[in-house]
Ligand binder design. Structure first.
Ligand code: 4FD
Length: 237
């Protein structure tokens, strides 16, 4: 999977993409992440990429020319299937199911906006899909783009140490995970559930399934009605 992040702050995400699991995945050639500076595509003599909104109003709007040229230049050097995504609070909500869907593409181009947004014609001309990572507004689309890169990357074969890492975890099957414990057996009077210490594997599996359902019901009942997750092939052959 190749990720292309288009941004006015091309160095802002380097520490995130360079570290830990994503950095290792990139070193192994499982993913590649490129950040392109939208300002490199301006034709304005002052290198401007934004302008005042028509009709008045607060703030500045990112202009068509540099953004459209940037998207087209990046796309022209890609091969395979490509999805162009604009990170915006107006997008549909990103979730685990959407991550599974995006995993199918060879390239994801992620456009990060700033200021009060971008000229609507950029969306009309070049954007396949508008995505939001939650109902809140940030100063830029960079952190939302990093969330998409991280979430999709860890679904790619070889990025996580073992595939079980995500086939049984939270949200992958639409449920939350059971509670987890490690040593010591008793901490400040709080004991690890007996079944995890002494029970047989069948008992432990049933306890985990039961817990998983119970915790979802109490912590995130919305997940049980909403259907925004991909069921695993086992459950949904
Ligand atoms: N919730 C998100 C995405 C971008 C962003 C921006 C209009 C502000 C939050 C378009 C206004 C882009 C999100 C940049 N904030 N800020 O995914």
């Amino acid at each position: 999977m190749n990720f292309e992040v288009l941004t006015l702050f091309p160095h802002s995400l380097e520490p995130i993409f360079g570290s830990s699991i994503l950095g290792r995945a990139a070193d192994k050639g499982l993913i590649s992440i490129n950040c392109t500076d939208i300002r490199d595509y301006t034709k304005d003599k002052h290198r401007r990429v934004d302008d005042a909104p028509y009709g008045g109003g607060y703030g500045m709007v990112m202009m068509c020319q540099p953004v459209v040229d940037c998207i087209r230049a990046v796309k022209s050097r890609l091969s395979g299937s490509t999805r162009v995504i604009y990170m915006s609070p107006q997008g549909s909500l990103f979730n685990q199911k959407k991550a599974q869907e995006l995993k199918q593409y060879d390239n994801l181009v992620l456009l990060c906006g700033h200021y009060e947004g971008i000229d609507e014609r950029i969306i009309q001309l070049e954007i396949d899909e508008e995505l939001s990572v939650g109902n809140y507004v940030l100063t830029g689309g960079e952190l939302p783009a990093a969330i998409v890169v991280d979430c999709v990357s860890r679904l790619i074969d070889g990025v996580l140490p073992s595939p079980e890492c995500y086939s049984e975890e939270s949200l992958q099957n639409g449920l939350l995970e059971h509670a987890q414990y490690t040593r010591p057996r008793i901490f400040e009077g709080l004991e690890v559930p007996e079944v995890l210490v002494n029970g047989d594997h069948g008992k432990q599996r049933r306890w985990k399934e039961e817990q998983s359902l119970q915790r979802t019901q109490t912590k995130r009942p919305d997940l049980l009605t909403e259907n925004d997750y991909e069921q695993s092939e086992e459950e949904n052959p």
